[in-house]
Design a protein around this ligand. Structure first.
Ligand code: FE2
Ligand code: FE2
Length: 138
């Protein structure tokens, strides 16, 4: 059985609440990959996809709150990236309902795994760097 992407120290952004949520998301995305390997049906996949969608929405709301609270300079750009992913998730959901096939699930898995990895190592990493900037300077 193929497992999903593994959590690595390099993915840590050094904000505990954000890191915990990233780890949960990574796990949920990995579970989608497992469902694919198990040949799960449309209903099961959509149910899990909805769980991912919910986790993503909760995470974005939290991260946006943190970014606003710390006055992160790149907030608006980061929020636009969040909004674009939410739009894409809606489009994928519609596609899952209209035409469900393993290739579609595989495409969503690949897209989400890559998106989250890039997010943790670039945009979200800026949050930790901003919070810890005084320590880093000293
Ligand atoms: Fe983010
Ligand atoms: Fe994040």
């Amino acid at each position: 059985m193929t497992s999903g992407p593994a959590w690595k120290e390099s993915m840590r952004v050094d904000v505990t609440s954000v890191d915990t949520q990233h780890e949960q998301l990574l796990e949920a995305i990995g579970r989608l990959r497992q469902l694919l390997d198990e040949g799960a049906d449309q209903e099961t996949c959509i149910e899990h996809f909805d769980r991912i969608n919910k986790l993503v929405r909760e995470h974005f709301a939290h991260e946006e709150r943190v970014m606003r609270n710390i006055g992160l300079p790149g907030f608006q750009r980061h929020k636009e990236i969040h909004d674009k992913l939410l739009e894409d998730l809606n489009a994928y959901r519609t596609r899952f309902i209209d035409h469900f096939d393993p290739e579609g699930v595989q495409a969503v898995y690949g897209y989400l795994a890559f998106w989250l990895f890039r997010h943790m190592t670039t945009d979200a990493a800026e949050i930790g760097r901003h919070i810890h900037r005084d320590q880093d300077a000293g």
